[in-house]
Design a protein around this ligand. Structure first.
Ligand code: CDP
Ligand code: MG
Length: 153
C-alpha cells in the first residue's frame, strides 16, 4: 500500500474542478486519508519545488501556486504513486494524453490542475511538508472486498 501527496492547485480550485477531479480518484478506488484547504506561502513553495527553484520559470510558478488557496490531500492505494501520476498525464496540458486529468482539463504548461508526488522519496518528503501525523485518518474502506481480490496487496 502506498500513500502520495496531492495538491489541487489554485487553477483547479478557482475553476471549480476539485469535485470532478477528486471523483476520478474516488472512482478508481483510491482512498483519501487526509485533506485540507490552505494557502501556500512562498517559503513552503520553495521547499515543495526545491528541485525547480533555480529554473527561469520558478518565479511565475511560485506566484501561481501561492496566488490562491489549494486543497492538499494524501491518497492511499496499491501502487498509488504511479497510478495517480498516470492519471494526471504529462506535465503540460497541451501534451498530456486525452483521457488523463491534465489532458482533459488543462491547456497550459503551468496551470495543470493537480500536483502528485513523483516517487516514494518525494511522497514521504512532501506528505511531511503538508500534514502532521495526527492529521492522517487511516481507515479501511468498507467497500474493500469489492475493490480487489483478498490476495491483492
Ligand atoms: O508536476 P510535474 O512533476 O509533472 O512537473 P515538473 O516538471 O516537476 O514541474 C513542476 C510544476 O512546475 C509543473 O506541474 C508546472 O505547474 C510547473 N512548470 C512550469 O510552470 N513551467 C514549466 N516549463 C514546467 C513546469
Ligand atoms: Mg515534478
Amino acid at each position: 500500500m502506498e500513500r502520495t501527496l496531492i495538491l489541487f492547485k489554485p487553477d483547479c480550485v478557482q475553476r471549480r474542478l476539485v469535485g470532478r477531479v477528486l471523483a476520478r480518484f474516488e472512482d478508481k478506488g483510491l482512498n483519501v486519508v487526509a485533506m485540507k484547504m490552505m494557502q501556500i506561502t512562498p517559503e513552503l513553495a520553495k521547499k515543495h519545488y526545491a528541485e525547480h527553484v533555480e529554473k527561469a520559470w520558478y518565479p511565475t510558478l511560485e506566484g501561481f501556486i501561492t496566488g490562491a488557496p489549494v486543497v492538499a490531500a494524501i491518497i492511499e492505494g496499491l501502487e498509488a504513486i504511479r497510478v495517480i501520476r498516470d492519471m494526471l498525464g504529462a506535465t503540460s496540458g497541451l501534451k498530456a494524453a486525452a483521457g488523463t486529468i491534465r489532458g482533459d482539463f488543462s491547456s497550459s504548461r503551468q496551470m495543470n490542475l493537480v500536483h502528485a508526488s513523483d516517487g516514494p522519496e518525494a511522497a514521504a518528503r512532501e506528505m511531511k511538508l503538508y500534514f502532521r501525523d495526527e492529521e492522517i485518518c487511516a481507515s479501511e474502506p468498507t467497500l474493500r472486498p469489492w475493490l480487489r481480490a483478498s490476495d491483492e496487496n
